[in-house]
Every structure is written in C-alpha cells, then in structure tokens.
Design a protein around this ligand. Sequence first.
Ligand code: AVI
Length: 324
Amino acid sequence: KTEQGIALVDRDEDGVDRAFREDVLAGLRQRQKAIPARWLYDDAGSQLFEDITELEEYYPTRAETEILEARSTEFAELIGTGRAVVEFGSGSSVKTPLLLRAIDPAAYVPLDISGDFLRMSAAALAEKFPALNVYPVEADFMRQVELPGEVLGTKKLGFFPGSTIGNMVARTAVDLLRSMRATLGAEEGEMPLLLIGMDLVKDRKVLEAAYDDARGVTGEFNLNLARRINRELSGGIPVDALRHLARWNDDYARIEMHLQAVRDIAFTVAGENFAMSEGETIHTENSHKFTRRSANTLLLAGGWAPKKRWTDEQGRFSLILAEA
Ligand code: AVI
C-alpha cells in the first residue's frame, strides 16, 4: 500500500497477485510460451540480478559506471545544476550518486513500483546527501506519474540507466518514452532532459556470455521464474527438467532468454494443465541492443531529440542525453 492507502498490487482472497497469474496463464497457453520479463524480479530475482551486475561477463553495469565517472564535468555543463532528478526505477547504489555529485540537483525523485525497495534506496541516498531533498514516489512509471508538489516548477532531468529500455519491445519502449515526457512536464512547455542508458550491438559471443555466465548466476535468475510460479501460483513445474538458454536473435538485435524443456513434461499451474515437449521453450526475456542510429530512432519515436552521446572506452555501452 502507498501512503495514500492505494494498493499497487491487486491480490485475490488467497493473496495471489492477479496480474502475475493472468500473465503466466495467458503466456503458457500460447504456441510459443512467453512470460513478461517483469515477473523475473521478486525478492529472490532482484537479489540475483544484483549478483549478475557483479559478474565478470556482465559488462553493462561497469561500462555505464565508467561513463558516469568519466563525464561528470560534461554533465555539469550540459545539464546544469538545480534541476530535479527523476529516476525511473529506484537508484542503484553506485550510479545515482555519481550523477547527483556531478550536477548538484535541487531534488531527487525516485519512482518505483516496489515500495520496499524504494524506501530502502531513498533512505540510503538521503544519508549520502544530507542536504538533498529526496521525494520517493511509489508508482508504475509505465504510465504518467504525478510528481510531488515540491518539484512543481523546477526543471526536470529524467534518469533511466541500465538499458532497461532494452527489455521492452519497440512499441512498449515508445509508450514509455512518451509517458516519461508527460511525467517530466514536456506537455506543459517545460523543457525536460532525459539521460538514458542503451546497450550496444557487439560481438555475439560477448553478448551471449554476458547472459550465460560460467557460474550460472543468470541461469538461476531465469529458473527463479519457474520457482516463483511454483511458489506463488501452486505450480508443479519440474524445474530440474528446464535449462537456461540465452541466444542472440540477429533479426531483432536482441538477446533472448528462454527456459527449455530437456525432456517431455506435463504440469499444472493454478489448476490448469500444460505440457512441453523436449526442446520446447518458454520465452522469458528480451534484451535489445542498439546501434547509434537505432537508439536515435527509438528516442525520436518517443518524442525525445538526442543531444549528446557518450560511450565507454571500449564502445560497449552508450549513455544518451536527449531533450523533449
Ligand atoms: C535489467 N536489464 C537491463 C538486464 C539486461 O541486461 O537486460 C536484465 C538481465 N537479464 C539477464 N541478465 C541481466
């Protein structure tokens, strides 16, 4: 529940998240089984994702941090001080302080659907920056969000690091970029800026290793979805019969994660019967990778004009500043 007492998660009388159940059941009925990637992030999944960001093979977090560290002077010049930073998703421990230190904002407004996560990271940031006004908002940022009155009239900078935009198909990504414009006041004639991380197309081997690490942490992250279904939806998926698969789809310029059946299996979820034959998969995530042009095209389609682009030394990851 939010402070206003509005529950963001709609649960039935047994405490089951209705949207999760509907997404899973609808996804498992499809010919190509598919479950939206947002369901990977329960507490266990969020912890596993944190572990992923520290893996040798998973370069995006380090590459983006490198850019944030190297370009602070340019951020200060181009963005200026005194803006309100609106972060889409709760600030991670490392990246957000780097940005805040560079541009000395008037306020910091983290938006997140998970209230617990939000309060934890907001408290950690407030401790690091005692003079900064922090206004956490529990909300689903896929839709326009009403920002706290305290930042009305203050120019905004949206911050969306991590290449999370890459986890959406273009249609959804464009909707989100448009919602961000609205949230940040573009429609009221304010001129917000957006600083967004977008991972780049590169050698397929490097990409596939980043999503199929030697220690098997990404595999655990993927398999946790099946475990979560068993836990929360009285599922009987034989998790030992599934294996983690990460492969580059060159036509769509994306890494796809799947759970693949290693033998014929049958199981129930929330009372409904499903079967998978050997080799069949459940598609669990897309992670789109961009070129300079495809990144610009996506941003423009979402109502944002790219203004400046940085990459890390090795050219693996990009951070783009755009204006509405
Ligand atoms: C959160 N998101 C940007 C990650 C990515 O790289 O697409 C999620 C992830 N999936 C597997 N590894 C990391």
